[in-house]
Design a protein around this ligand. Structure first.
Ligand SMILES: [Zn+2]
Length: 148
């Protein structure tokens, strides 16, 4: 029996059920057709953020960042590289905390960049400060249970 994973589409917010063994094949959203696990970093707004962190079963790593934050901008390519390396294993997203400060307040975020890893609707771990891709990847592999 194949386990099915719940993935929220970062584009339209639709919840998709994807068999775990289809993740690597590049599943698409049943509603808007956008890729669900492309290895790219999705830019979230608060409704999509909340839906993904609470509903998704596949591990989700969110980068809480802001345009004024130099280390955040420096880390962005490293974050994107780790996202590609973990394609199908975890999804990566980012949210602009300058545009959406209530998200930081609610999560008690005092410094950025901050990465928060979620899985099965729960916060799993946090990683603070700008990190190289290898460290981000190791963090996810170590903290998040492998899908299926
Ligand atoms: Zn969609």
């Amino acid at each position: 029996m194949t386990e099915s994973l719940k993935l929220t589409c970062a584009t339209c917010g639709q919840t998709n059920r994807v068999p775990a063994d289809k993740i690597a094949g590049g599943p698409k959203c049943g509603t808007c057709g956008d890729p669900l696990a492309s290895g790219k970093v999705a830019e979230l707004d608060p409704p999509a953020h909340d839906k993904m962190v609470r509903g998704d079963t596949l591990p989700l790593l969110v980068d809480y960042w802001a345009p004024w934050c130099g280390p955040c901008r420096m880390m962005a390519p490293q974050f994107a590289q780790a996202a590609m390396a973990l394609k199908g294993r975890a999804r990566f997203a980012k949210i602009n905390t300058e545009d959406h400060p209530h998200i930081s307040q609610r999560l008690g975020i005092r410094g950025i960049p901050l990465l928060i890893l979620y899985a099965n609707g729960r916060e799993v771990a946090r990683l603070a400060g700008a990190r190289p891709a290898a460290e981000i990847e190791a963090f996810v592999r170590q903290k998040a249970p492998a899908a299926a």
